[in-house]
Design a protein around this ligand. Structure first.
Ligand code: SF4
Length: 301
């Protein structure tokens, strides 16, 4: 149950750990997977997003390691503290306070959502943005809504997730060989970020692809927005994108070449939104086929 004490924000227990949190969740207070703390710099402008994203790529490496985890921690922390889009900050925090009735007794993350999954993944799944009552509540990509239920079940069938259910951050779900990222890291009203918001958020995705560059072999784009974001990120990373620009479609495929590295296969997949899955536009079989193609491409077949 939520607790109210005078003017203090209402606290509610995390569904896994039981620890009490206000909504939105302050950094460094023990939310599972939160790598930010009160000292993490806040990016409040487009220039600061670019700078923080660049800085994360050069975060100090821990001894006797490739430093990748330290850099991911820094990137995830920077993303989780971003406030560069006033409209989206207002929306994500308003949703976190008003909540949906079904989740009234849960804390809402209410902050930007970092990528989730294997930090050495050959398959990188690029979505649109967190859902208002899904990832904006749980703080983990695709976790806590119907689209996510559908996606994680498919990832489990494909052998990329160790279980079919994704309940909440801290539930132990592990992805192996796959990572889920989004083009925009804050929940947008009506699932529609503006072009300016998309462009302001892009450096976070570009930095994440930089960190994954030594491992990624497949970009699996969910929907046309994810497809375009993947192409823009590839161009920004200096990869060669075919001309004319490849068109999105379910099962669409393009090869992106990189100087001095293996090529990356871009695959298109209809977004597992309820609009697509309820109407049969995207079936489980169609999703399984695309994931099987992703696995083959990741293996170099
Ligand atoms: S959408 Fe991206 S750039 Fe805008 S506030 Fe959220 S994390 Fe920052």
């Amino acid at each position: 149950m939520s607790e109210e004490r005078g003017d203090e924000p209402a606290l509610a227990p995390h569904p896994i750990t039981g620890a009490l949190f206000p909504s939105p969740v302050p950094p460094g207070t023990g939310w599972p997977g939160d790598t930010a703390d009160a000292q993490t710099p806040v990016a409040a402008t487009a220039a600061q997003v670019r700078r923080r994203a660049r800085e994360a790529l050069t975060a100090p490496a821990e001894p006797a390691a490739d430093g990748l985890d330290a850099r991911f921690d820094a990137l995830d922390a920077g993303i989780g503290m971003c406030r560069a889009c006033p409209r989206l900050v207002r929306w994500r925090e308003e949703v976190a306070v008003t909540k949906r009735r079904a989740f009234a007794d849960e804390p809402y993350w209410g902050r930007p959502v970092p990528g989730f999954g294997d930090r050495r993944a050959p398959i990188v799944i690029v979505g649109l943005a967190p859902a208002a009552h899904g990832a904006n509540r749980t703080g983990r990509m695709f976790t806590g809504d119907r689209s996510g239920d559908w996606l994680f079940a498919a990832l489990h069938r494909a052998g990329l997730a160790d279980r079919a259910e994704s309940a909440a951050a801290g539930d132990g779900l592990t992805l192996t060989g796959a990572r889920i990222v989004s083009a925009v890291r804050c929940a947008p009203p009506a699932n529609k970020p503006t072009v300016a918001e998309r462009d302001r958020c892009a450096p976070w995705l570009h930095a994440e692809l930089d960190l994954l560059a030594g491992h990624v072999r497949v970009l699996l784009a969910l929907g046309g927005f994810g497809w375009d974001a993947a192409l823009r990120a590839a161009t920004g990373a200096g990869w060669t994108v075919p001309r004319p620009k490849p068109r999105f479609g379910h099962g669409a495929r393009a090869v992106l070449t990189r100087p001095g590295a293996d090529p990356v296969t871009l695959l298109g997949c209809f977004h597992p939104s309820q609009q697509n899955t309820f109407t049969g536009r995207l079936t489980a079989e169609m999703m399984d086929q695309v994931l099987a193609a992703a696995r083959r491409a990741a293996a170099g077949d």
